[in-house]
Design a binder for this molecule. Structure first.
Ligand SMILES: O=C(O)c1cc(=O)[nH]c(=O)n1[C@@H]1O[C@H](COP(=O)(O)O)[C@@H](O)[C@H]1O
Length: 233
């Protein structure tokens, strides 16, 4: 059964063993998990098998960005391994996104396909330095529109943009929001952050939480505090 919780815990660990130690403390009925570049590069598909075997729905976060044919093949490979969700970069463009979506349709694979808009670690000055002269919010909007027109299920954005995207793209278009920081937790490399409660209030569909839980002195207490914060919304 799919968990009703919006929480996705980012298993950003340097080994399969470390990731599974955390997964074994988590309840697949209460959260989903995310496998990212570091863990997948080290452990490969074995980590997906291990997490699926424990009953978790897995978001494979490899943020594909390449020519359409290559990305379509990579998305198919991810979906064939049974992941719940996979992502690519919206900045790869419409043809790339359409090719990936069409491949999933052709193969009758039901994995959620979403696109990263503007990384939550980026602010306006960093966007300017790569030649994008609009605010993060405006650029997120532009890429979210393109993503929706390309037929994907939703986007990764910061929770700060979620409410605008909700009115622009509708309730069913997924807003997956990393950069979640409970009030007392350091922002680290994240720039466009929101607390768990405010992220849900602004229309996020799913909250991606990594270090506030995984690097906490007591990860399970940190997770329980976030769950409690969400319950009092
Ligand atoms: O696609 C993602 O998951 C992602 C997109 C984005 O814009 N920002 C972002 O932080 N992420 C991922 O979300 C997780 C956030 O982790 P913490 O900052 O530790 O909570 C990391 O695994 C990032 O790779």
């Amino acid at each position: 059964m799919s968990p009703s919780s919006p929480l996705i815990i980012a298993l950003d660990y340097p080994s399969l063993h470390a990731a599974l130690c955390m997964a074994d403390q988590l309840d697949p009925n209460r959260c989903r998990v995310k496998v990212g570049k570091e863990l997948f590069t080290r452990s490969g598909p074995a980590v997906l098998e291990a997490l699926h075997g424990r009953g978790f729905e897995v978001f494979l976060d490899l943020k594909f960005h390449d020519i359409p044919n290559t990305v379509a093949g990579a998305v198919q490979a991810a979906a064939e391994q049974g992941v719940w969700m996979v992502n690519l970069h919206a900045s790869g463009g419409r043809r790339m996104m359409e090719a990936a979506r069409e491949r999933l349709e052709r193969e009758r694979l039901s994995t959620y396909l979403i696109a990263v808009t503007v990384l939550t670690s980026m602010d306006e000055s960093e966007l300017g330095a790569i030649g994008i002269d609009e605010s993060p919010a405006a650029h997120v909007e532009r890429l979210a529109r393109l993503t929706q027109e390309s037929g994907l299920h939703g986007v990764v954005c910061s929770a700060r943009e979620a409410s605008r995207l909700k009115s622009l793209c509708g309730d069913d278009f997924l807003k997956v929001t990393p950069g979640i920081r409970p009030a007392s937790v350091a922002h680290g490399d994240q720039r466009r952050v929101e607390t768990p409660r405010d992220a849900m209030a602004s229309g996020s569909s799913y909250l991606v939480v990594g270090r506030p839980v995984t690097q906490a002195e007591d990860p399970m207490a940190a997770l329980a505090a976030i769950e409690a914060e969400l319950e009092t919304r």
